[in-house]
Write a protein that binds this ligand. Structure first.
Ligand code: HEC
Ligand code: HEC
Ligand code: HEC
Ligand code: HEC
Length: 457
């Protein structure tokens, strides 16, 4: 565990010194961004021992050890505090070197996701305000000075500019900026960056929220925020918002191309990264996918979130699901026609995804619906679309999330769910090696996990 922010600052490498000098473009950009603009205050303003800087979770109404959890590098709850530092570590340094970036280049390409926009201290990584919203200044005076005072409320904090992360659509927007890509400077994970050695970014809103959780959903939380997290809803909205976000980025000409090439980041990685067999058997490793009516030999758009969104929609909103399905096929087809056609189809598909997101926001996701979604994911109509690695990973995360969500909501008992861990882990094992991914074997593992979950019904 790390001793504190001073150490963090000291441990930071030479590059960060150069970067704090070149933080001007970030600020200039923030200033032209959303309004009303609030000042970024920095982690130190949250770190007091009577605030969020306690060493034990003894506070009320909140734990008050949030800072420590955010810094805890031995677990994913601490990932955000090290986000900047990893750029100077061997893997990060190798990426920077392969891309030929100087420090201004790192700020331009990486800081939007590995630091906090508008922060004077990029070395602090992705800080509290990156998610909770800038805390100070601005027309309304900010929320920092008042958010802990007697008589405050979540609604008042939000009115003063705190980001309402309890709202799944708002939360999705915040996370996706960095865990998919966003419009901000340095928030786009181009194929060039991945080809330089960046890890693939795979995201599921509810699972990742749980992984970085630094609060307790106790009775007091429910009273202040009005509700417990509904994991099934969080998951479904996460899928819809990811579809919409991806299509919106794809529709921007500057993002969709890189030189004379299409920007490969939008496509299914393994459609290009396959082996070729020249032997008499003429092996073709691609498996037909009825959800993607385009010719073999063309890279399909990465549809991992579309598949899962369709599964949720089939259960919750069958009529809208049919529209979404038709439009997603039309979009894939249009990709084989021309850029204009593809962008128009993307627009129609994005509207359908946004309508589903809005619909899910008012859906309770009952026990029956949750079980039905799990069944739908493994149904023939959906599982035959898991022909590529990304969508398959997404489907395993979905099972994990939906099962945990049902346990948290008291819909299935935790002992029963715990007994299914082996099957869930087998499904995870079937996606452990991206290069050895076998669609048919994967479907078998997925089906096995779903059958065992069904036994809890
Ligand atoms: C769109 C946002 C985004 C951009 C742009 C981006 N990254 Fe990342 N990066 C991430 C996310 C998200 C992860 C974590 C992936 C995961 O584990 O889910 C990550 C992980 C990493 C890791 C691995 C960290 C670890 O703990 O192992 C390194 C190294 C890294 N990024 C370096 C870079 C560099 C260098 C750049 C600029 C050239 C860059 N990133 C640009 C979002 C981004
Ligand atoms: C990656 C995004 C992210 C970062 C970074 C982050 N938080 Fe959070 N935080 C959340 C989410 C999501 C929740 C749960 C939703 C909610 O209740 O606001 C939460 C909840 C909280 C809560 C509980 C609120 C309550 O009403 O019970 C506190 C307090 C908190 N965060 C403080 C901090 C502090 C302090 C930091 C920095 C040291 C920080 N957070 C960094 C996303 C983040
Ligand atoms: C400003 C960019 C940014 C935002 C906003 C952001 N993240 Fe991250 N997140 C990152 C980066 C970069 C990493 C990788 C850090 C590393 O591994 O060193 C990361 C890592 C994580 C990890 C650890 C993943 C792992 O493989 O260990 C989780 C979990 C996570 N983020 C969840 C969330 C959630 C949930 C939200 C929204 C509430 C969110 N993040 C918002 C940039 C961001
Ligand atoms: C349209 C085809 C296409 C798609 C889709 C594609 N790539 Fe690539 N990728 C390439 C090409 C071409 C290269 C360069 C190969 C070379 O330099 O020999 C490459 C190189 C790479 C490399 C470097 C490999 C090496 O050994 O040098 C990585 C890593 C990589 N891509 C990851 C990804 C990821 C992750 C995705 C999905 C998000 C993806 N690619 C999608 C065509 C593609």
């Amino acid at each position: 565990m790390r001793a504190g922010l001073v150490c963090l600052a000291l441990a930071a490498f030479a590059l960060s010194a150069a970067l704090s000098l070149s933080s001007a473009p970030l600020k200039a950009e923030a200033a032209s961004g959303e309004s009303p603009l609030r000042a970024h205050m920095g982690v130190a303003s949250c770190a007091g021992s009577t605030c969020h800087g306690r060493s034990v979770a003894s506070g009320t109404p909140v734990r008050q050890d949030e800072l420590l959890r955010w810094q805890e590098e031995s677990s994913p709850t601490g990932a955000h505090s090290r986000a900047w530092r990893v750029i100077g570590e061997p893997r990060g340094a190798a990426i920077v070197r392969r891309l030929g970036l100087d420090s201004a280049g790192v700020t331009r390409e990486c800081a939007g996701c590995h630091a906090t926009r508008g922060s004077a201290h990029p070395a602090e990584g992705v800080d509290c305000e990156a998610c909770h919203g800038n805390a100070g200044g601005g027309a309304g005076g900010g929320w920092l000075a008042t958010h802990y005072t007697v008589g405050t409320s979540h609604a008042r904090n939000v009115a003063q500019g705190m980001t309402d992360l309890t709202n799944p659509r708002t939360r999705a927007t915040v996370c996706l900026d960095c865990h998919l890509s966003g419009d901000g400077q340095g928030q786009f994970i181009a194929h060039r960056i991945m080809a330089a050695g960046h890890p693939r970014i795979s995201f599921e809103l509810d699972l990742f929220s749980t992984l970085q959780q630094h609060h307790d959903e106790d009775a007091d939380y429910v009273q202040r925020k009005g509700h417990k997290t509904n994991s099934m809803q969080m998951w479904a909205i996460g899928q819809a918002e990811a579809v919409a976000r991806g299509l919106s980025l794809y529709s921007q000409p500057a993002k969709a191309n890189d030189g004379v090439f299409p920007e490969f980041t939008f496509y299914d990685c393994h459609s290009c990264h396959r082996r070729i067999y020249d032997s008499d058997e003429a092996n073709v490793s691609a498996v037909p996918n009825p959800g993607r009516p385009i010719h073999t030999g063309m890279p399909p758009y990465n549809d991992e979130n579309m598949i899962l969104l369709l599964a949720a929609a089939r259960v919750v909103a069958p009529a809208e699901a049919a529209t979404f399905d038709a439009r997603s096929k039309a979009f894939h087809r249009a990709m084989g026609v021309g850029r204009g056609e593809a962008v128009a189809a993307a627009q129609a598909l994005r509207q359908a995804a946004e309508a589903l997101s809005a619909r899910f926001a008012t859906t309770a996701f009952s026990r029956d619906q949750a079980f039905a979604v799990i069944d739908t994911i493994a149904s023939d109509a959906i599982s035959e679309r898991f022909t590529d690695y990304e969508g398959s990973v997404q489907s395993v995360m979905a099972l994990d999330t939906l099962l945990n969500g049902m346990v948290n909501a008291g819909m299935v008992n935790s002992a029963g769910a715990g007994g299914l861990r082996i099957q869930i882990n087998q499904a995870y094992a079937a996606v452990r090696d991206p290069n050895g991914f076998q669609p048919i074997a994967f479907r078998r593992a997925l089906g096995g996990a779903v059958r065992s979950i069904r036994s809890l019904r």
